[in-house]
Design a protein around this ligand. Structure first.
Ligand code: HEM
Ligand code: HEM
Length: 172
């Protein structure tokens, strides 16, 4: 008898990655809590995770890009504009972070001169990303709540998924 390989549930993968990047983002926003070296390496890893996040939604990106000026749902268009803004802003946060790096670049033997413009831009674009992330989260709120229930809360409460008759048998 051959056992069927388990199919990867892409929604579950998305949820786990979204939770991981959300937590990483919270730490990145507070460099004092981690120390500068962890702040820098964690943020670089965050950048890599963002590429995975985009690849997992590549089909959506291609579809909305090709239909943007044709008939598509207003919400998809709004998501698209916000995602483009988010992309530009996160690229700037990471780029300016690298330009003021105190740990990652020196570890690779690269030292740049102190520059207050990069420092200001890093702080400004990081603060702005909090606003965009708030909107990004709000626009996906239903998906987040539904996925939390389906993949995290329900599996932790197996009794709730049993038919009532079976539950009675278990309890008696
Ligand atoms: C802390 C950072 C982020 C978190 C927690 C986050 C979270 C989410 C969530 C919950 C969804 C919907 C569920 C899903 O399919 O995964 C989503 C979709 C998406 N995100 Fe993000 N995201 C983040 C950053 C970004 C950034 C920086 C970009 C753009 C560069 C982006 C682009 C997208 C795209 C293209 C989609 C799918 C299309 C859509 O429905 O908007 N995300 N994200
Ligand atoms: C997700 C990406 C990132 C976020 C959200 C972020 C956020 C922040 C925030 C909020 C600050 C404090 C700014 C202030 O005190 O006004 C900061 C400082 C800093 N960040 Fe980032 N950052 C990110 C990526 C990076 C990267 C990739 C590097 C370098 C490789 C970096 C290097 C630095 C440095 C050197 C400081 C200055 C710390 C100090 O001396 O006060 N950051 N970052």
């Amino acid at each position: 008898m051959s056992s069927q390989p388990k199919k990867l549930n892409i929604n579950k993968v998305n949820l786990l990655l979204d939770i991981a990047v959300f937590i990483a983002f919270l730490f990145a926003m507070d460099p004092r809590s981690t120390g500068i070296a962890i702040h820098e390496w964690l943020s670089i890893a965050f950048g890599a995770a963002m590429i995975v996040h985009l690849l997992l939604h590549w089909k959506w990106i291609v579809t909305v890009t090709t239909r943007f000026f044709r008939k598509i749902a207003a919400k998809a268009r709004l998501n698209y504009v916000l995602n483009v803004l988010f992309f530009i802003d996160m690229t700037l946060v990471i780029f300016t972070g690298i330009m003021i790096s105190e740990a990652a670049l020196p570890a690779l033997g690269i030292r740049l001169q102190e520059n207050f413009t990069w420092r200001f831009l890093h702080s400004f674009t990081a603060d702005f990303s909090v606003v965009i992330l708030g909107l990004h989260t709000a626009l996906h709120w239903k998906w987040i709540v539904d996925s939390f229930k389906r993949y995290l809360i329900q599996p932790l409460m197996p009794a709730r998924r049993m038919p009532v008759t079976v539950q009675k048998e278990v309890q008696s």
